[in-house]
Design a protein around this ligand. Structure first.
Ligand code: ATP
Ligand code: MG
Length: 423
């Protein structure tokens, strides 16, 4: 007999089916016993009574929660239940028993702290809520790729072990590499630029490592980024692409993940876009009495933007050159760098890049960075490098903000943070 998925039960009313899944609830009323179990497509109540095979009927009293069972039974209408039908058990057997007590409670009633849940992530992944978060994240990944293919961009795979820092500034993890000393990549900046300067339009889903010691609810030490880079483009062009990209991803999740959004209690609205210069933001924040520096947005300023412009991706552009990395193109006293803020937090940094080797050297010097270290990078622009621009969008940050999660650790399967290397 072939396995039926729980989502297909309503097409099988009156028929005998074979189901497999994880037990979430057992109610033993001695003459009649109920087992609620779930598979990847949903959950269902099954019921055992005097028509059930005796061994199976007895077995239910010893069942443990989260055990994996195989049920053979008949689908019956049952209008009073929340499903509208149930499965009358003919036989039930245990495929894999769960030991007791469970180290954490994966049921909806659970109030277990996030740290403990991640300690037992394998079991936390039995929880409907956790499953819904990562099904949404899967659709975010799919939406990003689909959008990019439609844009005519090509996906590339880039290295994570690098010989020298590609950005300067951020702390990097050091690793030993045979006789040499190497680093874990904190961005794929150099590589995506090289690719744009040949293949024109590229994207990648890239893991980055940042050895920053901060321990916040919005930072991880290992995170994933959606990176995009386009030749013959400026900051305006790639902001426009980013706006449509976020809209496409949100729309895809809203359409394809209705059930998961319901489980998570989230109503999604496709965001609008709004463009503001850094100068305009400064004036706005002065009016709103929110402090910020001369060349960077404060966390409070980002939060304020979220309050003033809900459901809007705010592009803060014409950023002061002092607030951006050396590879961002200067523009008068400002730059062609930007940040995108959504729901009160930065989701993306991007901009037009410096593609002229002479200007690049000047910019490196202005940042007190050694030219020697960046020789290969500078040289890559000597043989036909067009103007280009791009951005990096944090996957976990996006997931967190889309679902209104209060800690970025909820939005990553196996977080790497200041204190955590396992599981
Ligand atoms: P922030 O100012 O929020 O610390 P950043 O400016 O250092 O971020 P970028 O280097 O601009 O980050 O990275 C691009 C995007 O990647 C960010 O906008 C954010 O969405 C995400 N991101 C950056 N750092 C982290 C991190 N430590 N953990 C999770 N996501 C991150
Ligand atoms: Mg940034």
């Amino acid at each position: 007999m072939e396995r039926t998925l729980i989502k297909d039960l309503k097409e099988n009313i009156g028929k005998e089916v074979l189901l497999k899944g994880w037990v979430s609830e057992i109610r033993d009323l001695s003459k009649v016993k109920f087992v609620i179990f779930q598979d990847r497509t949903g959950d269902i109540q099954s019921v055992a009574n005097k028509t059930t095979e005796e061994a199976s009927f007895n077995l239910i009293s010893d069942l443990t929660k989260e055990s994996v069972v195989e049920v053979i039974g008949t689908v019956k209408e049952h209008p009073e239940s929340k499903w509208g039908f149930e499965v009358l058990i003919k036989s039930i057997s245990v495929i894999a028993a769960a030991e007791t007590p469970l180290p954490i409670d994966p049921s909806e009633k659970s109030q277990t702290h996030i740290d403990k849940r991640i300690d037992y992530r394998f079991l936390d992944l039995h929880s409907k809520r956790t499953q819904s978060i990562f099904r949404v994240q899967s659709t975010i990944l799919q939406g990003f790729r689909e959008f990019m293919y439609r844009e005519g961009a090509m996906e590339v795979a880039l290295p994570s072990i690098i010989g020298a820092s590609s950005e300067g500034g951020t702390d990097l993890f050091q690793i030993s590499y045979f006789e040499k000393h190497a680093l874990l990549s904190q961005s794929c900046q150099l590589y995506k630029q090289m690719l744009a300067c040949s293949m024109e339009k590229i994207f990648t889903v890239f893991t980055v490592w940042r050895a920053e010691k901060h321990n916040t609810v919005r930072h991880l030490n290992e995170s994933r980024q959606f990176d995009y880079e386009e030749a013959f483009a400026d900051d305006k062009k790639v902001m426009e692409v980013l706006g449509r990209c976020v809209q496409f991803i949100v729309k895809t999740v809203a359409e394809d993940r209705k059930k998961d959004l319901e489980t998570l209690g989230v109503t999604l609205k496709v965001p609008e876009t709004k463009y503001m210069t850094f100068e305009e933001i400064k004036q706005l924040m002065a009016t709103e009495k929110v402090e910020m520096s001369e060349h960077d947005l404060s966390g409070e300023a980002e939060k304020k933007l979220g309050e003033l412009y809900p459901d809007t991706v705010v592009f803060v552009h014409e950023w002061p050159i002092d607030g951006k990395p050396f590879y961002i193109m200067p523009s008068g006293k400002n730059s062609k760098g930007f940040d995108a803020i959504w729901q009160g937090m930065e989701i993306t940094s991007g901009g037009q890049r410096v593609h002229d080797p002479v200007l690049l050297q000047e910019r490196l010097q202005a940042h007190n960075l050694e030219l020697d270290v960046f020789k290969d990078y500078i040289d890559s622009f000597r043989y036909g490098a067009p103007p280009h621009a791009g951005w990096g969008l944090g996957l976990e940050r996006l997931t967190m903000l889309m679902l209104g999660l209060d800690n970025i650790r909820e939005a990553v399967l196996f977080p790497r943070d200041r204190d955590r290397l396992t599981p």
